[in-house]
Write a protein that binds this ligand. Structure first.
Ligand SMILES: [Zn+2]
Ligand SMILES: [Zn+2]
Length: 150
């Protein structure tokens, strides 16, 4: 049994999903797969804010993945291990993923509340809402100030 497509630290998010033969292959495999019934506490969530359900899925080729597999392939291709890419490349069927299956990252965009510089932030990176965007350099400064005041 080979696990594929668990991405621990996805890092950067691609601005647009990559929909190529590999994304279509994992989509087809995922649609043919079925839930293992193994449940985790809570849901899987990617660092970019994308959420999946809390079960693992058995794919037809014997691999196991979670419901963010298509998301990883589409948005975090650079973080997918080469061995995973190879096992996906070995699949035969292809299907076009829907936007729902790809799970778009949660993106916040707007002026920083401190310096007014335009910022784009992803998902859970800074536990922010769209009305309290703050850029990296300002949040570092604020954290230091808060620490000094204590
Ligand atoms: Zn993600
Ligand atoms: Zn700022």
């Amino acid at each position: 049994m080979t696990s594929i497509l668990y991405v621990a630290k996805p890092g950067l998010v691609a601005p647009a999903p990559t929909i190529d033969v590999l994304t279509r292959k994992i989509t087809a495999a995922f649609r043919q797969g079925k839930s293992t019934g193994r449940r985790w506490r809570g849901t899987h969530a990617c660092s970019c804010g994308a959420q999946s359900d809390n079960t693992d899925y058995d794919l037809p080729g014997g691999q196991v993945t979670n419901s963010l597999a298509i998301h990883y392939m589409a948005y975090h291709r650079e973080a997918v291990a080469p061995a995973c890419l190879e096992s996906v490349a070995a699949l035969t069927d292809e299907a076009d993923p829907t936007p729902e299956e790809m799970v778009a990252p949660t993106q916040f965009q707007g002026p920083c509340v401190e310096c007014k510089k335009e910022v784009v932030l992803w998902g859970r990176s800074r536990r922010l809402t769209s009305s309290s965007l703050i850029c990296d350099s300002c949040i570092d400064k604020l954290c230091c100030d808060a620490g000094a005041a204590r």
